[in-house]
Design a protein around this ligand. Structure first.
Ligand code: CDT
Length: 336
């Protein structure tokens, strides 16, 4: 069977002063709920461990560094280790987003995929498309988006990866009979994006060219980011409805166009009682349908059983790249 039970672990309000330890306790609670529901993979949001700090201008390096994880291996980071220990003991794979400070001082907006059966990080991704500005907006009422100030664009590319132990009876290339296709038969092929990346078709496409069957991403999207989007003045309510619409639009469209499942996991609620983030975590099928979605703007587990075999039709018919793509006409893509 190619069926797996997956979940988006949506995370509600986190204040500027909330200790990481408290956040991790909430994440562990979500993991335990996932275990009760026989979930095999849980996706946590972008920068899960703290408030979305790029909205704040933080001058002191020492203060800023509190929002980052330091050291080579996030699974050993003292505040976060309990989450990976719990994932291991419950046998649940997790994808977790966090701010990463490398030994040479570079900051990345990062996520990892941790496999419980292997007890190790199988893949790391660093956000490529960083929205916002280096300098704060001049309007003192605007909510800032200082990702370009705090982070460097990701340097790892979009590396699809295979995940062992989630599905049974896999056919590997080495064991396939002569002429037998292994599309949709091996260990699942996955990819990770982070927030703004989801709006860029190239990011999804590079994964789907590697056969990705499941793409996951966390996000922090402001409910009212008129300064960032340059949109016409509109009511807060309308701005949030638009933001949710576009978030859902890109997830559904890209899942369909790349014949893959997708899981999106939101940070949401009112951070510090005033910074509104949209929710809208969802699990979407390769046909572009929403199969599960969040009902709240708080901590919530969104669960679905998915059958990766459902990717085969899109990958072998409508979007059979070998037969239908016309790469000789796409040259401009990597020139501008
Ligand atoms: N985190 C992130 O990339 N957010 C952007 C918009 C900024 S709203 C805080 C997004 O594309 O959703």
């Amino acid at each position: 069977s190619r069926k797996i039970t997956v979940a988006a672990a949506q995370v509600g309000a986190i204040d500027l002063s909330t200790p990481k330890k408290d956040v991790v306790e909430r994440l562990v609670k979500l993991l335990r709920e996932a275990a009760e529901k026989k979930v095999q993979l849980v996706v946590f949001p972008e920068c899960t461990l703290t408030t979305f700090f790029p909205r704040h201008l933080i001058g002191l390096q020492e203060e800023l560094d509190k929002f980052f994880e330091h050291g080579e291996d996030i699974t050993q980071s003292p505040d976060v280790k309990p989450l990976f220990d719990e994932a291991k003991s419950l046998g649940i794979d997790v994808s977790v987003g966090y701010a990463e400070r490398t030994p040479d001082g570079t900051g990345y907006n990062t996520c990892v995929y941790y496999s419980a059966s292997e007890d190790k990080v199988l893949s790391k991704y660093r956000k490529v498309h960083l929205p916002g500005t280096k300098e704060p907006f001049e309007d003192p009422d605007a909510v800032n988006q200082l990702e370009k100030r705090y982070f460097t664009p990701g340097d790892l590319g979009f590396q699809g990866f295979r995940v062992p132990s989630l599905v049974q009876n896999v056919v590997k290339k080495e064991t396939a009979k002569e002429g037998e296709s292994t599309i949709g038969k091996g260990d699942p092929i996955m990819g990770m994006l982070i927030c703004n990346d989801r709006r860029w078709p190239e990011a999804w496409r590079v994964y789907s060219l590697q056969g990705a069957e499941l793409i996951m991403f966390g996000f922090n999207t402001g409910g009212n980011m008129a300064h960032l989007w340059g949109s016409k003045p509109m009511s807060l309510e309308k701005a949030k409805t638009e933001a949710l619409f576009h978030s859902r639009l890109v997830q559904q469209a890209n899942s369909y166009m790349n014949a893959c499942f997708s899981i999106s996991s939101a940070r949401c609620g009112l951070d510090d009682g005033k910074y509104d983030l949209i929710g809208g975590s969802a699990i979407v099928s390769p046909e572009g349908h929403v199969i599960a979605e969040a009902k709240t703007e708080d901590d919530e587990l969104v669960v679905a059983e998915i059958d990766l075999a459902d990717c085969v039709q899109g990958k072998t018919r409508t979007f059979d790249y070998g037969r239908h793509r016309r790469i000789e006409t796409y040259g401009l893509i990597d020139k501008q």
